[in-house]
Design a protein around this ligand. Structure first.
Ligand SMILES: [Zn+2]
Length: 320
């Protein structure tokens, strides 16, 4: 099943069964010369079936098709090795391409999670969709960076480095057509997950900077990687800023009761999920929630609003 969006531009909806994101939007440009697929779906049969059906309906010849990966996550990169042929170019940023090929250091993340109060549970990784449905073969990426141009048919897209959701996240912007392919940087009805499982950078600071970078651009249509297309990009950016502001305030008010670790803070927050109580959250959702809290704590720490204290067993944060 595909949907036509503009001349030579189509959307294939790739289902993500059991995942709150519901589906991935894969954008396909079809021209007489070459084709281009933006983001792939996870490495699982349900995604592969939907992709192959859509490509067949569009009569896409994969030997004449290139791929652009907005970022490393498995729902965007999982099917690369099924789709890329010997004559395909696969574009990705250096940072995210390296992570895809290094297979990540999940054990380091698990150690940091334990220090943050996360229960010792290997399932958090084993069941994590990013671990379970990633691409298993080494990918020969063609590295693209800020301001590089990707041209296809009448479209000319500039790569815009938008770190935050991942370190190497790239959006594509066609200035003449005022179209932004936003990956997971700006989504319409849902908020992109900004997580941290280490102490070496501040993804929320980076994310807010990346929102500032997109804000002045003239954009008439946003093509996000999940949910519906939208037109009100600046209004959406304002809402996303507000969302993170609210989260930060919520964390500060939880810390009024004393020093806490990230997992405890996450258990006390309001999450937009269909579960009544934190105890009912699946372990992977607790994982995402705790990662978001850690990212906010790092942001608040940089602002001087919270303070960290660390022992070999635990990291806690307090208001003073
Ligand atoms: Zn993502």
């Amino acid at each position: 099943m595909f949907e036509k969006i503009a001349p030579d531009l189509y959307k294939i909806e790739i289902p993500l069964p059991g995942n709150p994101l519901k589906a991935l939007n894969s954008y396909v440009f079809k021209t007489n010369d070459r084709n281009l697929i933006i983001d792939t779906g996870m490495n699982r049969p349900e995604c592969l079936d939907a992709m192959m059906t859509g490509l067949k309906e569009l009569d896409i010849n994969l030997a004449k098709t290139d791929l652009f990966i907005t970022h490393m996550h498995a729902d965007h990169s999982g099917l690369i090795s099924h789709l890329a042929t010997d004559t395909s170019t696969v574009y990705c940023s250096q940072l995210d391409g390296d992570i895809i090929n290094s297979k990540d250091d999940w054990n380091d993340m698990l150690d940091f999670a334990k220090l943050s109060g996360f229960p010792s549970d290997e399932d958090a990784i084993r069941l994590h969709p990013g671990f379970k449905y990633r691409t298993h073969k080494e990918v020969n990426f063609t590295v693209v960076d800020e301001n590089d141009l990707i041209s296809i048919g009448d479209y000319s897209f500039q790569c815009v480095w938008t770190p935050g959701h991942t370190p190497g996240h790239l959006c594509l912007y066609d200035e003449a057509k005022k179209i932004l392919i936003s990956g997971d940087h700006i989504l319409g009805r849902i908020t992109p997950n900004i997580s941290l499982w280490s102490d070496d950078h501040s993804p929320l600071d980076e994310y807010l900077e990346s929102l500032n970078k997109i804000y002045p651009m003239e954009i008439d249509l946003v093509l996000p990687a999940h949910r519906s297309l939208f037109t009100n990009c600046r209004e959406r950016i304002q809402q996303l800023r507000q969302h993170h502001d609210n989260r930060a305030s919520e964390i500060l008010s939880i810390l009024q009761s004393g020093p806490r670790n990230a997992f405890y803070i996450a258990s006390q927050m309001k999450w937009d999920l269909n579960f009544k109580h934190w105890d009912q959250f699946p372990i992977t959702q607790k994982w995402f929630a705790t990662g978001e809290v850690i990212a906010h704590l790092k942001y608040l720490e940089n602002l001087g609003e919270v303070y960290r204290s660390q022992t070999p067993q635990e990291i806690t944060f307090s208001l003073k």
